[in-house]
Design a protein around this ligand. Structure first.
Ligand SMILES: [Zn+2]
Ligand SMILES: [Zn+2]
Length: 144
């Protein structure tokens, strides 16, 4: 059985982001999500609250991330500094970035429709670029 990613999204409130900026971190470089509207990281199974990666957390070993958390039907948001799951399919693969003991399966075990869409778009682009190499007739157009 294949699961899909939860489709809940939430736009980060300015004051919540400002609060997130005050959290200290042992990491030299704090990574922030590039998005202003965040999508829940969990698999689409029942869960108490939605959670999305906001920025690097306050711990280095094991690493933690600061998650934006919200519930259905509420505009309230809160931040949670949680240890990362870090489970990985193979030792050399990237670890799961959902928080530890998260509901549902790990990131690589469910399908993220957005990623599927991006992959399809990339495939199409490659196909179009591939085609433009081939026909010489394209160069036979009369000069303007
Ligand atoms: Zn969710
Ligand atoms: Zn996981």
């Amino acid at each position: 059985m294949t699961g899909y990613r939860c489709t809940a999204t939430s736009e980060v409130h300015a004051e919540v982001r400002a609060m997130g900026e005050t959290i200290s971190s042992p990491h030299g470089k704090i990574e922030w999500t590039p998005y202003s509207t965040l999508q829940c990281l969990l698999e689409d199974v029942p869960h108490d609250f939605h959670a999305a990666f906001l920025r690097t957390g306050t711990r280095a070993d094991p690493a933690s991330d600061v998650y934006l958390c919200w519930r259905d039907g509420s505009l309230d948001q809160c931040l949670a500094d949680l240890d990362c799951c870090m489970a990985r399919p193979e030792p050399r693969d990237a670890g799961c970035t959902i928080f530890e003991h998260h509901p549902g399966r790990c990131q690589w075990e469910y399908i993220d429709p957005e990623q599927v869409a991006a992959q399809a778009q990339a495939d199409q682009l490659v196909e179009e670029l591939g085609l433009s190499h081939c026909p010489h007739s394209a160069w036979d157009a009369p000069p303007l």
